[in-house]
Write a protein that binds this ligand. Structure first.
Ligand code: 2HG
Ligand code: ZN
Length: 465
């Protein structure tokens, strides 16, 4: 919807005329998500440069009843960072310009950072100080730390360091009524009441616009090694990964899994070969890290599990390590080229994963014969990413519903690390009973009384009275 010229002028007075984008060609990149599946229309894209500008923008939009869709690097996969549809009067509020990194040595083990800083920018700065962040993701070059906190992003190292929520020790956030909450003191201990940052983290931009964060850092691991292993079952992959996680010298920090058919399909699309011969139903990728070379301990534990291993490739730091990781990290991008796939990000009890994949593939075969269910994910978190190719749009909802119901029946959750966004809000009731959704609405009311923040995201529409 076009915004009133007077309002646009006032917004330009706050952020500067160059940072109020109304040109449809430039706006378009902010209106469509990374998958190309979710798109909407925004009256403008606003790019505030700091906290004060962000607060003034939120307040002005509140006065005019304009919705705001906070957006970081726009790498989300559930449509939570783009406008829903033309039914709402909304602007996109991009935090990308709020990009700065505090002195990593100012508070030991912590760093203050502007919400629009990308993960890769932060990793480079921390690396120079001998530190790193506990969370790492394949979309590191575009994903911003603000977006990662807003979605409680996970990634490859959750099994060793936790999700984004576990890294956040402080936030600076503008709430929907223009109030600023700033908890950036960097105290290790603080039991003075409700944990507001705990609520804002993972709220997908529905409770506030994050402008800065304080994050825990860890010591940069000096030595890394990876292995990719072909196995017959997901249970075998779990057994090997647990064996590595129990070995003190190995230092397991990532255990990823990819279905055999997914490796074959994506290797063919990339024009590359899997790192070893033979067909395997599953591939396990593990990374170990520490101050000593983890390779000998890793090789020893893998030797103990030789009976389960159909093929393997091991690599220490260097080109081969990156090549092995590429088989896992490039899946999203390669599957996008073959798709776009329907994406479902689920978490399950470890023991339920094998039967779930079998049941899911069978259900999919009944609904859309010929559709391909690609599967990969973060094994020891029980987090599987289903990427389904070949589903016509009119069968999409039935496919999502069937796979999500199977997830819940297996004791899992319909949103593991990508959030609910616009993609799954209609399914939230599968995992959250009415009383909990009502508490969500009350929390939302407290943070954003007029409901201007990210309308149409996360919360289902209220039932008609
Ligand atoms: C990953 O683990 C991301 O690579 C993306 O969470 C998952 O593309 C996906 O489905
Ligand atoms: Zn993931």
């Amino acid at each position: 919807m076009p915004l009133d010229a007077g309002l646009l002028g006032d917004l330009a007075g706050i952020v500067g005329p160059h940072h109020v984008i109304v040109d449809p060609a430039i706006r378009a990149g902010y209106e469509v998500d990374w998958t190309g599946r979710f798109r909407g229309r925004a009256g403008a894209v606003l790019r505030p440069g700091d906290l004060a500008e962000t607060a003034a923008v939120v307040e002005l939009c509140r006065q005019h009843g304009i919705g705001l869709v906070p957006q970081g690097g726009n790498t989300g996969l559930v449509g939570g960072g783009v406008p829903a549809d033309a039914a709402y009067d909304v602007v996109v509020l991009s935090t990308r310009r709020i990009s700065w990194i505090g002195d990593p040595d100012a508070v030991p083990g912590q760093v203050a950072v502007g919400a629009g800083t990308t993960l890769a920018e932060l990793q480079r700065a921390l690396g120079r100080a001998g530190a790193e962040l506990g969370v790492d993701l394949a979309s590191r070059d575009s994903a911003t730390v603000g977006g990662m906190a807003a979605t409680n992003a996970g990634g490859m190292r959750v099994m060793s360091h936790g999700t984004m929520r576990a890294q956040v020790t402080g936030i600076e956030v503008v709430l929907g009524d223009g109030r600023i909450v700033s908890q950036m003191r960097g105290l290790s201990k603080d039991t003075s009441g409700y944990d507001l940052s705990g609520l804002v983290v993972g709220s997908e931009g529905t409770l506030g616009v994050l402008t800065a964060l304080r994050l825990k850092t860890i010591q940069l691991a000096e030595r890394r090694a990876v292995a990719m292993i072909g196995v017959a079952t997901i249970e075998a992959a779990v057994e090997i990964a647990l064996g590595l996680s129990r070995d003190r010298d190995a230092g397991l920090r990532a255990a990823e899994v990819v279905r055999g058919a997914t490796i074959e399909r994506t290797c063919a699309a990339r024009g590359t070969a899997p790192p070893y011969e033979g067909r395997h139903d599953w591939h396990l990728l593990v990374e170990c890290a520490g101050n000593l070379d983890p390779l000998p301990a890793m090789a020893r534990v893998l030797g103990d599990h030789a009976g389960l291993i159909g093929g393997s490739a091991l690599a220490g730091e260097g080109r081969q390590l990156s090549e092995i990781w590429a088989h896992r990290e490039r899946l999203t991008e390669v599957l996008a080229r073959l798709g776009p796939p329907r994406k479902l990000d689920v978490s399950l009890p470890l023991a339920a994963m094998g039967a779930f994949v079998e049941g899911g593939a069978a259900a999919l075969g009944r609904l859309v014969p010929g559709a391909e269910m690609h599967v990969f994910g973060h094994l020891l978190d029980g987090n599987l990413h289903l990427n389904v190719l070949g589903v016509p749009d009119d069968a999409g909802e039935a496919v999502d519903g069937a796979l999500l119901r199977l997830t819940v029946d297996a004791g899992g959750s319909i949103g593991a690390e990508h959030g609910i966004g616009r993609a799954k809000r209609q399914w939230l009731h599968l995992v959250r009973p009415p009383d909990e959704i009502e508490v969500f609405r009350r929390v939302k009311q407290a943070f954003d009384p007029e409901g201007i923040l990210n309308p149409g995201c996360l919360l289902p529409d209220p039932l008609p009275a």
